[in-house]
Design a protein around this ligand. Structure first.
Ligand code: FAD
Ligand code: NAP
Length: 557
């Protein structure tokens, strides 16, 4: 295998390494982009701030972290050999196993020599004269490339809330999204955990099992379905492996790219008894497929209420103290409108004597002191604090990079009132800059690895087209982008998604504009549109055979 032998060139007096494609991020998106770029005979380099591959699964090492899409599906489909030889040990793979898989893929396809680890991209600027991106890093290195692919992840910018006194806390503070590599011992300790989203719901039972006492600081309760994780059943695994490609294809025809049992009726079209039986069946089977029980659960508020009420009843059944059960019962949003959680004995954890639920709605945190947390009129002495407080999702990682497009336009400025893209893949004003699973694509509403593979294949095909037509640049047109964002907004408004204060909407980040970011029209519809756009000669994009500024000069002459 031949690796990128980057040529050195001078840019503004600095030595910049030159290649065809610079890829930022070595999660599943960046790794696959590198694999495809190399297969196309392009020189490519991946720049990654972590010391290893895996992205999400490199960073989120908290106890209990695992996927909520079944392992047989939460994996790459591009290599039959890979999907046949890899063995998942559990229905839902744990973080260490997914990380081992990412490392296995990197080794199998010999990706490591082209990845620069421990290097953060700080700036990416489009050089108009040459139609090339100049990418700068915190290591003082620079890379110059025709194409730049942002594979920076939708959930990679961990969010630490601004709480008065947090930095004065004497104990250790851990963020689930940036968990230490070394073992964290919590035994005999008084532990606080802030946040009850998917990460909190996974970590809380594990912390409770170790800590002397666990205080769960909850602002908003969430819906969660038992995952019913179990060791991989050999026959089940074999059934997948016998027909992997057919099943992957079927999965791609499902709205979330997940092969599942998708109800096709309205929840209101069946008698109440039948409806409850269906919910019971799915509750017993476990997993996030619960919200696929009926076709209109995310569209019709009345239908949604039937599913939400079923889950609320289960919470009241499991949690022994009725006042604690009430606090854990979500009432402020439709079920599924925030990412549904999957758990292992989450609600049961609140029956433990060493667990206390602190309701921040009635007792907001006033400050953190060196000794602990003050909430309402109470003070909680703590040895350590776990922040399960989420991410600046979808735009956070991009906004941390100073991305400068044509004529000095910055992405931060352009996206001040919310992200604008065409198909989530490109943004007008930023030629030759691709985003994998960007805002305006289905991304986080899917089995993300499927969305990644589809986006990366589209980008590779687009680059191949540019090479074929001798295109210097490709850029989304303003009008295509406006129409697409209008479409993204419209489909979201036809659903219940917009009724939740979720990270999909950006409202978990103070000051972030409230714009619903993912495309909810489903993966098959989205993919069809992407394919049609490509077949139609990249309709909605302009392709130039000269650099944008040469074209501008010719127009002005
Ligand atoms: P990431 O894995 O986030 O990788 C992006 C990489 O880019 C990171 O390694 C980051 O360090 C790097 N990076 C970012 N900015 C820079 C920079 N400026 N310079 C250099 N490097 C940079 N999805 C599912 O479909 N199913 C699941 O069950 C599921 N579970 C999840 C559990 C957790 C705890 C989290 C946080 C997310 C989960 N997701 C899940 C979503 C998950 O993020 C995706 O499935 C997938 O792993 C994303 O891959 P990616 O390569 O796009 O991004
Ligand atoms: P999240 O869903 O955004 O949850 C963050 C939690 O922190 C919320 O409970 C939030 O409360 C709380 N919080 C944030 N700031 C706070 C503050 N200042 N004071 C009090 N509480 C505060 O983040 P996440 O749990 O990390 O999950 C993010 C996404 O990652 C998930 O939706 C999912 O897509 C993915 N994920 C998946 C899995 C999995 O099961 N495979 C596991 C983890 C993560 P409010 O709700 O009141 O804001």
């Amino acid at each position: 295998m031949q690796h990128t032998d980057v040529l050195d060139g001078r840019v503004d007096g600095e030595v910049a390494r030159s290649c065809d494609v610079v890829i930022v991020g070595a999660g599943f998106a960046g790794m696959y982009m590198l694999y495809l770029a190399r297969n196309m005979g392009l020189t490519a380099v991946v720049i990654e701030s972590a010391s290893g591959v895996g992205g999400t699964w490199f960073w989120n090492r908290y106890p209990g972290a695992r996927c909520d899409v079944e392992s047989m599906q939460y994996s790459y489909s591009f290599s039959e050999e890979l999907q046949q030889e890899w063995h998942w040990t559990e229905r839902y793979a744990s973080q260490p196993e997914i990380l081992a898989y990412a490392n296995y893929v990197a080794k199998k396809f010999d990706l490591l020599p082209d990845i620069k680890f421990n290097t953060r991209v700080t700036r990416a600027a489009f050089q108009e004269e040459e139609s090339r991106w100049l990418v700068s890093t915190d290591q003082g290195t620079q890379y110059q490339a025709k194409w730049c692919v942002m594979a920076t992840g939708c959930l990679s910018a961990a969010q630490t809330p601004k709480i008065p006194g947090l930095d004065t806390f004497d104990g250790r503070i851990y963020h689930t999204g940036n968990w230490p590599h070394e073992a964290v011992s919590l035994s005999g300790k008084k532990v606080g955990v802030l946040g009850t989203g998917s990460s909190g719901i996974q970590v809380i039972p594990e912390l409770a099992a170790q800590a002397k006492h666990l205080y769960v600081f909850q602002r908003t309760p969430n819906f969660s379905i038992p995952a019913r994780n179990k060791p991989m059943d050999a026959e089940y695994e074999n059934s997948w492996k016998r027909s992997y490609s057919e099943r992957r294809e079927k999965a791609r025809s499902m709205p979330a790219g997940i092969l599942c049992d998708l109800g096709d009726k309205s929840a209101l079209a069946v008698p109440a008894e039948e409806r409850v039986q269906e919910y019971q069946r799915r509750w017993a089977a476990g997993g996030t497929g619960f919200t696929a029980a009926f076709a209109d659960l995310l569209k019709n508020a009345e239908s949604n209420r039937t599913a939400a009420e079923f889950v609320r009843e289960r919470i009241r059944e499991v949690v022994k103290d009725p006042s604690v059960a009430e606090l854990l019962t979500p009432v402020d949003h439709p079920i599924g409108a925030k990412r549904i959680c999957a758990d292992t004995r989450y609600f049961e954890t609140f029956n433990r004597e060493n667990v206390t639920l602190v309701d921040l709605r009635t007792n907001p945190i006033s400050e953190v002191t060196p000794e602990g947390v003050a909430a309402g009129s109470d003070f909680y002495e703590l040895d350590c604090l776990v922040l399960a407080t989420g991410f600046d999702a979808m735009t956070g990682a991009l906004s941390k990079i100073d991305i400068v497009g044509r004529q000095g336009l910055t992405l931060k400025e352009k996206w001040r009132d919310g992200p604008n893209t065409f198909l989530g893949l490109m943004s007008a004003g930023f030629p030759n800059l691709f985003i994998v699973t960007g805002p305006g694509s289905p991304s986080v509403l899917t089995n993300v690895i499927v969305a990644i593979e589809d986006n990366v294949q589209w980008i590779a095909r687009c680059i191949a087209h540019l090479i074929e037509v001798d295109g210097r640049y490709i850029e989304a047109t303003q009008s295509a982008e406006e129409q697409w964002m209008e479409q993204v907004r419209k489909v979201a408004e036809g659903t219940l998604y917009t009724q939740a204060k979720s990270w999909y909407l950006g409202v978990n980040i103070p000051g972030k504009p409230a714009v619903f970011m993912p495309y909810v029209g489903g993966l098959p519809t989205y993919q069809q549109i992407c394919d049609e756009v490509a077949v139609d000669g990249y309709r909605g994009f302009s392709i130039g055979t000269q650099s944008p500024c040469v074209e501008r000069r010719q127009v002005n002459a």
